[in-house]
Design a protein around this ligand. Structure first.
Ligand code: SAH
Length: 672
């Protein structure tokens, strides 16, 4: 890739990720538009240098997300000539940015090897005159003090006293601080006098730890694990007090506790994994109750529209549609093609059979309307044929990059990335054809008036955009997908009439309001956010969690389903607190005014576990936890301590929607 391509990517990055998020300091904007970030990441990641995410560098450290660099620089109120101390040189990228703003830069890193690598990188980038040294930055650089600004790019428990003392009067220190590892508050400290300081909280961030005399002690992982539970008992005690016991998930009375949200227009039911039996069964009990007692007529799930349409036909006793594909035959098929869902679908059919007016019959709809999984499969098939190396990289990206987490370390597997740019157009062509075929088939067979009214062209355009953005950054593609799910929901609700009420089944990461998670910090929205915006308190967001057991998932994208062990939750996590109550199943009511003390306790960001179609228990902490504020995310939280993997339908079962039975006659439907 030539330097002009990088310049273009840099320009796009500034316009897309920096300016719209409220960075308006002209000096900062100009500096980010000038510094060649590709020279500060390992060569094999150069292609990703302008992605909206942090990336791994040597020594297990990271180069910060460009937006976060901009945020810190702006907060430091820098003018040309300012004398700035940076703690955490890392790649040297933020030091280069400071130099581009014509500051006099002093930068320290505790890893001598990083300092040397940064020296070389800064030279290559043409940055001269930056003072670098290796050492414990929490002690500052007394010989060069005082500074106009101190910028700390690693997170510590509190602002180091020596650094505060090395500020000029009126000087600013910007640093992520917080009592727990993982997430921090970005603090701006201003020295207002000889002994006076003022502090402001600029919001939540996630940085690697600051390790030093005035930072965190250097500990092993196991030590860290042992240390943090000390913080837990109080919150666990409050959870125990607020917990409302739930019956067994197969008990009809399970749904009764959810009558409190029956007035909602939309009830969103989450799941912490895509392969847990108890989550499906619990959601079935709740949904059955909302349908039977409270007039809900829509079940909308995180699945492809055409697949769900086959179930819709079955539960509404309509003739099967014309389709080449068996419903849910693509990866990850087990997510919906399982006995738990089959049992629920049979319940829907029986319910509908007892309802005389067609408009009161429950419909079953898929929200992911551009054939997400099918399309990914088509892309991989195509790449496999024309460019196996690109296929390997694409598979790795689809698999590793859980969309709710940039997980920079997983990019490492994509080494040798020669570039998607070369095959992108061809890939989009494949997609366009695939979607064209599927949509024209749907239009030909669709018997709901509103289905035909959909803008097929718009649909294809968004699918294209989805894949384009998936290559270039997780945030935009995520938003595109969730906005689409929301729009589909809106269309379905409109089609079913002004009073229509919907139950949605989707992963916690779609259901729990993204604004209360690290996703929100990255500018991501989701179904939960959009439903709250649209319906206010008429949206009920229900999260689900578990401590341990087994789960159905795959090791890599397209791989076979495996039943995997879920280890006990990490001691920093929400799940750990819930597990400490010792209760097998309970409900937490987190709505405003219900359990104020508990909500206060749980508000601070903590890690929350998310397991998707891919699960890598070996690297669980890195890949499967994200930072969230539980009471902000959900209205209700359902806890099931021990859980087990879903039971997939036999692959030999006849295709769905053809036999007159959804599950297929070859597979006896389990009723538990
Ligand atoms: N500013 C960097 C990102 C740095 S990541 C960039 O733009 O690339 C944080 C860095 O802080 C790591 O390189 C880590 O080695 C360093 N660090 C952690 N504790 C430190 C300490 N006490 N003193 C100096 N550096 C420290």
């Amino acid at each position: 890739m030539g330097s002009t391509d990088f310049a273009e990517k840099r320009r796009v990055m500034v316009e897309r990720d920096i300016v719209p998020r409220g960075i308006d300091d002209a000096g900062v904007i100009a500096a980010l538009g000038r510094v060649p970030r590709e020279l500060f990441v390992p060569d094999y990641l150069a292609e990703l240098a302008y992605d909206d995410s942090p990336l791994p560098i040597e020594q297990g450290q990271t180069i910060s997300q460009p937006f976060v660099v901009a945020l810190m620089m702006q907060a430091a109120e820098l003018v040309p000539g300012a004398k700035v101390l940076e703690i955490g040189t890392g790649s040297g990228y933020s030091a280069a940015t400071l130099a581009a703003m014509e500051c006099e830069v002093y930068s320290i890193d505790r890893h001598a090897a990083l300092v040397e690598a940064a020296r070389t990188r800064l030279e290559r980038a043409g940055c001269a005159g930056i003072h670098l040294r290796a050492g414990d930055g929490t002690l500052g650089w007394p010989e060069a003090a005082p500074f106009d600004a101190v910028i700390v790019t690693a997170g510590g428990p509190r602002l180091p006293e020596p650094l505060s003392r090395q500020l000029k009067i009126g000087g600013r220190m910007i640093m992520p601080a917080g009592a727990e590892a993982g997430g921090q508050h970005l603090i701006r400290q201003r020295r207002t006098g000889e002994d006076t300081f003022a502090e402001e909280d600029l919001g939540l961030v996630a940085f690697v730890p600051l390790i030093g005399a005035h930072g965190w002690p250097e500990t092993t992982r196991t030590e860290a694990r042992r240390r943090s539970p000390a913080l837990a008992p109080e919150a666990a005690g409050r959870i125990r007090d607020a917990a409302e016991p739930l019956p067994d998930v197969d008990d009809e009375r399970f749904g009764v506790l959810f009558d409190r949200i029956a007035d909602a227009r939309v009830v969103l039911l989450g799941e912490a994994t895509h392969g847990t039996s108890e989550f499906h069964r619990a959601r079935a009990r709740i949904t059955e109750r909302l349908i039977a007692r409270h007039g809900f007529t829509i079940v909308a799930v995180e699945a492809d529209w055409p697949d769900a349409e086959q179930i819709n036909r079955y539960v509404r006793n309509r003739p099967p549609g014309v389709s080449d594909d068996a419903a849910f035959s693509r990866f990850p098929a087990w997510m919906w093609r399982n006995e738990e869902v089959a049992t629920f679908v049979d319940w829907l059919r029986r319910h509908n059979d007892g309802v005389s007016e067609p408009q009161r019959r429950v419909g079953f709809y898929g929200l992911d309307l551009y054939g997400l999984n099918g399309s990914i499969a088509a892309v991989l098939d195509y790449l496999e044929k024309v460019d196996p190396q690109a296929a390997g990289i694409a598979r790795e990206r689809y698999g590793c990059l859980a969309p709710w987490r940039p997980a920079p370390e997983t990019y490492g597997h994509a080494a040798l990335a020669g570039g998607f740019d070369s095959c992108e157009n061809a890939v989009l062509e494949v997609l366009r054809n695939l979607l064209d075929r599927r949509l024209s088939r749907l239009a030909a067979t669709g018997d709901e008036g509103w289905l035909g009214a959909w803008q097929n062209a718009r649909l294809i355009a968004s699918a294209e955009e989805y894949y384009r953005t998936l290559y270039h950054g997780a945030t935009n593609s995520w938003n595109l997908r969730d906005r689409h799910m929301f729009e589909t929901l809106r269309s379905v609700m409109e089609a079913r009439g002004p009073e229509a009420k919907a139950v949605i089944w989707a992963h916690n990461t779609h259901v729990g309001d993204a604004a209360a998670t690290e996703m929100g910090r990255r500018g991501q929205v989701n179904l939960g956010t959009l439903c709250r915006e649209a319906f206010g308190t008429g949206a009920a967001l229900v999260g689900f969690g578990t401590d341990r057991g087994t789960v159905a998932a795959a090791s890599s994208w397209g791989g076979p389903m495996e039943v995997m062990e879920v280890p006990p939750a990490h001691p920093d996590s929400y799940e750990y607190l819930c597990a400490r109550t010792g209760k097998p199943r309970f409900l937490l009511d987190l709505r405003p005014g219900r359990n104020a003390a508990l909500a206060g306790d749980l508000k601070r960001f903590r890690p929350e576990r998310a397991i998707g179609a891919i699960y890598r228990p070996g690297a669980e902490r890195e890949n499967h936890y994200f930072q969230a504020s539980l009471p902000g995310q959900f209205d209700l939280y359902v806890w099931i301590d021990r859980t087990s993997a879903i039971r997939p339908l036999a692959p030999t079962a006849p295709p769905l929607g053809r036999t007159g039975s959804w599950a297929g006659t070859a597979t006896p439907t389990a009723h538990r």
